[in-house]
Design a protein around this ligand. Structure first.
Ligand SMILES: *Cc1c(COP(=O)(O)O)cnc(C)c1O
Length: 389
């Protein structure tokens, strides 16, 4: 049996397609590669009705994931997270249909688990034995856990001001931790320099094609949990951008499968006022984002001054009829407190940021009182409790 997927340039630039049975990271043009599936072949035997018996993890969508016929998923039970109605918080905002997808319930407490489950599965199938990632914290913890489960080595590179729980959790799973004087972009440079001569498999955001595949399952789940319909709005905190890129990819794929019809959701990217390259580019009408200087925010996952997927994120926001909002750190922290008090959900600052953005969009009339809105709480509160002081 051959693979049901291959790789294509995301631009596309005219190079490719590329064989997914070989190792590929970026396209020869330097842009991200994306996995493309043979939906006719997959759809012939895969029906959405069969999901009633599917596992309660993101691997319930295995035919739409990068899994070869002889591969077993590297899984810790990631995904199939609840989509909670939040009526008390909704009432406080004047909304009748507010829902929260709580990604804090994933292994290592963030949605990064989904991407790493898919990427480590594929890296192992391709024979990789040492996997390296630069990270603001959560991607490193997720890689450490999935590498441990798979029995391969993890090398993680994080800014030296990363909070201690992230370092400890990586070490708990046996990863080798390098702290870097600088930001995630500096960590990425160092990881690439050290890894290239040693043949490490680079698992950086959108520099390999499979983390986005894991993350697209958030879109599949939202559609399935809403009875194969889309909400009006999905509000997502954006750093490297795989969440937005993945959810938009899910919209395309579910249409190709014929599982969801009707208008796609409008996607809102939320960034921090101290690091908002996508928001600036979106409002400036640019196709790509200029790097942000002196990036600062308490939301580590949003402290990404430059992202290789910038064009893809901007395209998804515009094609969806969505938008981009920057919020202040104190608004994110208020958002964490409100999520905590009104819903019982423990949110990371990034999750708090989605609520802060929602308040703006309700106040300025962009989002109406009866619109169906999904907030993504991308990570849990416990590793960030110090920001509440
Ligand atoms: C990484 C991260 C983000 C940013 O996600 P992208 O998909 O890379 O844009 C948001 N929230 C949390 C908690 C994160 O760890």
């Amino acid at each position: 049996m051959s693979l049901t997927f291959h790789l294509e340039c995301s631009v596309p630039c005219g190079h490719g397609p590329f064989n997914a049975a070989e190792r590929h990271h970026l396209c020869v043009c330097g842009r991200p590669l994306l996995a493309r599936y043979d939906w006719t072949r997959i759809g012939a035997t895969w029906k959405r009705e069969a999901l009633v018996n599917a596992p309660p993890s993101m691997w319930r969508y295995a035919p739409a994931l990068p899994l070869g016929p002889d591969d077993r998923p590297v899984t810790l039970g990631e995904g199939w997270t609840p989509l909670f109605p939040a009526p008390r918080l909704g009432a406080e905002l004047g909304l009748t249909q507010l829902l929260i997808k709580d990604e804090a319930l994933n292994p290592t407490n963030s949605f990064k688990a989904r991407g790493m489950s898919a990427a480590v599965t594929r890296a192992q199938a391709l024979g990789a034995t040492t996997l390296a990632v630069p990270s603001a914290g959560n991607a490193a913890c997720a890689l450490a856990a999935y590498a441990a489960n798979a029995g391969v080595e993890a090398r993680v590179f994080m800014p030296k001001d990363v909070k201690t729980p992230f370092i400890r959790e990586c070490q708990l799973h046996g990863a080798e931790v390098t702290l870097v004087d600088g930001l995630i972009t500096d960590a990425g440079r160092l990881a690439a320099e050290q890894g290239r001569p040693l043949g490490w498999y680079d698992i950086s955001t959108l520099k390999e094609p499979y983390r986005a595949e894991g993350k697209k399952t958030m879109g599949y789940e939202i559609a399935e949990q809403l009875g194969w319909t889309w909400p009006d709005w999905i509000i997502y905190p954006t750093g490297g951008g795989t969440g937005i890129v993945g959810i938009w990819k899910a919209c395309e794929e579910l249409e190709q499968l014929g599982w969801v019809s009707g208008p796609r959701p409008r996607l809102i990217s939320v960034q921090a006022e101290g690091c908002a390259p996508i928001v600036r580019a979106f409002h400036g009408g640019a196709e790509a984002a200029e790097p942000w200087h002196d990036a600062t925010t308490v939301a580590d996952g949003l402290r990404v001054p430059a992202a290789v997927g910038d064009m893809l994120v901007l395209r998804a926001l515009r094609d969806s009829g969505g938008g981009a909002v920057a919020v202040a750190d104190n608004e994110m922290v208020s958002g964490m407190r409100d999520l905590g008090r009104y819903t019982g959900i423990g949110a990371a600052p990034e999750g708090g940021a989605t609520l802060a953005a929602l308040r703006r969009l309700v106040d300025d009339g962009t989002i109406g009182p009866h619109d169906r809105v999904v907030l993504l709480n991308t990570g849990g509160a416990l590793k960030y409790l110090d920001v509440l002081d």
